[in-house]
Design a protein around this ligand. Structure first.
Ligand SMILES: [Zn+2]
Length: 347
């Protein structure tokens, strides 16, 4: 049946560039496709196809392949031959894995749509999709995102709604072109601080997670749309910081001294630090006090600041203030805080 349908679709002759056979109850791909090396677009949406035919490997001019709503169980290995492919739709299948090598030849792929499948993870090999700008993996069962994904520097849209993600790797800060990040209905407790480095980010959806507070610097993001309903956000003057004596360890005292001298470009220390990679590593974890601007390592006071969302931003209903995490170096600074800063008890 598949062959007959294809011949019917070939009225335009063998130079046909587009084939559309949607909703035909086909159970396999027509192998005659192998005789159409000039094909650019192939739509086989809403059929009953469980795998690709081997002849697909000859379609090296193909730029759009739509296999949405079929019966695929994996991203087929044969995809690696489709070296011109720009858009690949595999939504609405039963995909739970990528066949080994599937990503190998897809260096021109811009869009990968895997919505509504059964993926529990993405392979590290996604880092071979060098041109990828948009990845849709809504409604799967992902529990994590491989950090290799964040090496794809052209990514501008990530769609991960309705998964089981617990955290987002700090490497997300590498995605300098990211504009849209959709993480609604997951199990995320803490957003990475790296998210605040995403200068191009305009749309963020974290609705339906378990986030209480946003990372330091969050208020500097230039969001146009921000959705955060159904999170246990700290929304009212929360806990009272329990004031204790500041007792710093020798490591803390030394680290603070070194970090603050380096910030002041002390030439002796700047030279010396190159000889001590361990020290360099320790102070790379230093934090910056939101009040005095000085650096510190492990002892800090955690506060919350309630920041009004920017005026041009579409935002979840009923949200008037966004709680942002603020770190302070000492009680001395805490006692000089603005009235919109509240301490969070560390008990
Ligand atoms: Zn301070």
């Amino acid at each position: 049946m598949a062959e007959r349908l294809l011949i019917g679709a070939l009225k335009g002759g063998k130079n046909t560039k587009i084939i559309t056979l949607n909703g035909k109850k086909m159970t396999k791909m027509p192998s005659t496709l192998g005789k159409l090396p000039g094909l650019r677009t192939l739509n086989l949406q809403n059929n009953l196809i469980p795998k690709v035919c081997p002849e697909i490997s000859t379609l090296t001019q193909l730029t759009v392949l739509n296999l949405g709503n079929n019966l695929f169980k994996e991203v087929p290995e044969e995809m690696k031959y489709l070296t011109s492919l720009k858009k690949l739709h595999l939504f609405g299948n039963r995909i739970c894995r990528f066949a080994p090598g599937a990503c190998d030849g897809l260096q021109n792929l811009i869009l990968l749509n895997l919505n509504h499948n059964q993926l529990t993870q993405l392979p590290q090999e996604v880092n071979r999709l060098k041109s990828l700008t948009c990845l849709n993996v809504n409604c799967n069962q992902l529990t994590s995102i491989p950090r290799e994904l964040f090496f794809l520097e052209d990514l501008s849209e990530l769609h991960f709604n309705y998964n089981q993600l617990i955290c987002i790797p700090e490497e997300i800060k590498l995605l300098k072109k990211l504009q849209k990040l959709l993480l609604a209905r997951n199990n995320i407790e803490v957003l990475p601080e790296g998210i605040c480095d995403l200068k191009k980010l305009r749309i963020l959806d974290i609705a339906g997670n378990i986030i209480q507070i946003f990372p330091p610097g969050f208020q500097n993001l230039k969001l146009r749309e921000f959705y955060c309903e159904e999170n246990p956000l700290i929304l009212k003057q929360p806990f009272i910081a329990n004031q204790r004596e500041d007792i710093w360890s020798l490591k803390e005292i030394t680290s603070r001294f070194v970090m603050n001298q380096l910030a002041g470009q002390n030439p002796f220390l700047m030279h010396a630090i190159e000889q001590f990679p361990e020290v360099k590593n320790i102070i790379s974890k230093g934090k910056n006090c939101a009040i005095c601007g000085k650096f510190f390592l492990t002892i800090w006071l955690e506060c919350v600041q309630f920041v009004p969302p920017s005026k041009n931003c579409k935002i979840s209903k009923n949200l008037q203030l966004v709680p942002v995490r603020i770190l302070l170096c000492s009680y001395k600074c805490f006692n000089q805080r603005q009235p919109n800063l509240f301490g969070i008890s560390q008990e």
